[in-house]
Design a protein around this ligand. Structure first.
Ligand SMILES: NC(=O)NCCC[C@H](N)C(=O)O
Length: 403
């Protein structure tokens, strides 16, 4: 099946997926060491060649299902061919306060001299002190040789978090962890300058209160669920709600407090949709996941009305206007459930209602999904998973067909 281009727009979690943004992991993963992997939010040191093979297989599976796969590095390179985008990229990168004026002068000149493809590579893979061409400045002299002058972005792999489409507008998010902050400069540039997105109006949040795409689920047309926890803050949710309500992109948001810990860093690590009326949810917390419904007060998006706490499934079903949002009960014992949740067993990517991509290693969760009538497209992820993200985290849908 050959993919056809579709106007961008995402109005559900499970509408047939038409266009998706992925990032093939590259040199930025080769920067991970046992000394920096915690700060760079990886739980190990991935075997990069194998991670690339796993990612290529993921992309091939999507293409085989008729999905158009856009790769972030290609889009970034094409974006950096636009002079205004390149100037902005250099300006943003050189604003880092660790640089000092002398090094900044050199870096500005160096980055400006690079071809678009090489500039894209440096912005993603970073630049080490010993790669500054022997610059002798106070800063380079006092930094360790292997310190980064520009930090690498290994988590760019998780394209879900650095932007999220709400209806026909991309929201460029604001990432909470220092290691990820620069990612949204790149997605922001792509949406602002790439000819593919001419005519779309991005909504910006990258210098604002924190919101991450992994916390945002499009439950139904005009209805979002937004996790609030380690990454998305209450103020970030308030900003997002006000913005999407004012733009007429949503009418209801179901706010879901999520435990502030690494295992549950985003709502999509514990809950993803696999059908128009069904979610896969981490059983160990399913019974206590609560939510509050947020709406504009009397139609005024700057004033938010916040409902009383309810069970998440009830609040979501009510907001979606359906009688029940089904939880697919994996029936796993708590230990197996905890192990598979840690390995992103609940982090599925729906390609259509009842069709979901999942990591093959979560055999018990996948068996239960299949028993519940969901077609599971299993992918390998032993290396990709060391960054603690699954198929949903590694994909940013840009177009889904309406349901
Ligand atoms: N939506 C997601 O859950 N994304 C996974 C992000 C993993 C990344 N290593 C992080 O800690 O931010």
């Amino acid at each position: 099946m050959s993919p056809t281009r579709q106007a961008p727009g995402v109005r559900s979690e499970v509408g047939p997926l038409r266009t998706v943004l992925l990032h093939r992991p590259g040199a930025e993963l080769r920067r991970l060491t046992p000394r920096n992997n915690d700060a760079l939010l990886f739980d190990g040191i991935p075997w990069v060649d194998r991670a690339q093979e796993e990612h290529d297989a993921f992309a091939a599976l999507l293409r085989g299902r008729g999905v158009e796969v856009l790769l972030l590095a290609d889009l970034l390179t094409e974006t950096l061919q636009v002079p205004a985008a390149r100037d902005r990229a250099v300006e943003l990168t050189c604003a880092d306060l660790r640089l000092g004026p002398q090094l900044r002068r050199w870096l500005r000149e160096h980055l400006s001299s690079l071809a678009a493809e090489d500039l894209a590579e440096v912005l993603v893979a970073g630049l080490r002190n010993d790669e500054t061409g022997g610059q002798r400045t106070l800063v380079t002299a006092l930094m360790a040789e292997d310190d980064f002058v520009i930090d690498p972005l290994p988590n760019l792999l998780f394209t879900r978090d650095s932007s999220v489409w709400v209806g026909d507008r991309p929201v460029v998010t604001s990432l909470a962890m220092p290691a990820r902050k620069r990612e949204t400069q790149l997605t922001g540039l792509v949406y602002a300058f790439h000819p593919r997105f001419a005519g779309v109006e991005p909504l910006y949040g990258w210098d604002r209160e924190h919101v991450e795409g992994g916390d945002v689920l499009a439950l139904a047309e005009g209805v979002l669920a937004v996790g609030v926890g380690e990454r998305t803050t209450p103020a970030g949710l308030e900003r997002l709600a006000g913005t999407v309500f004012a733009a007429g992109l949503a009418r209801t948001i179901v706010a879901v407090p999520v435990d502030q810990q690494r295992a549950t860093m985003h709502l999509d690590t514990i809950c993803t949709m696999v059908d128009t009326d069904a979610v896969l949810m981490y059983p160990n917390i399913a019974h206590r996941l609560s939510a509050r419904v947020v709406r504009p007060r009397d139609g005024d998006p700057s004033e938010l009305e916040v409902g009383a706490p309810q069970h998440f499934l009830d609040a979501a079903a009510d907001a979606m206007g359906i009688t029940e949002l089904r939880q697919i009960d994996t029936g796993l014992d708590p230990v197996t459930a905890e192990r598979e949740q840690w390995d992103d067993g609940n982090n599925t990517l729906a390609l259509a209602p009842k069709v979901a991509v999942a990591y093959e290693r979560n055999t018990e969760t996948n068996e239960q999904l299949e028993a519940a009538g969901i077609e599971v497209l299993a992918i390998r992820g032993s290396e990709l998973g060391s960054g603690r993200g699954g198929p949903r985290c590694m994909s940013c849908p840009i177009a889904r067909d309406p349901l």
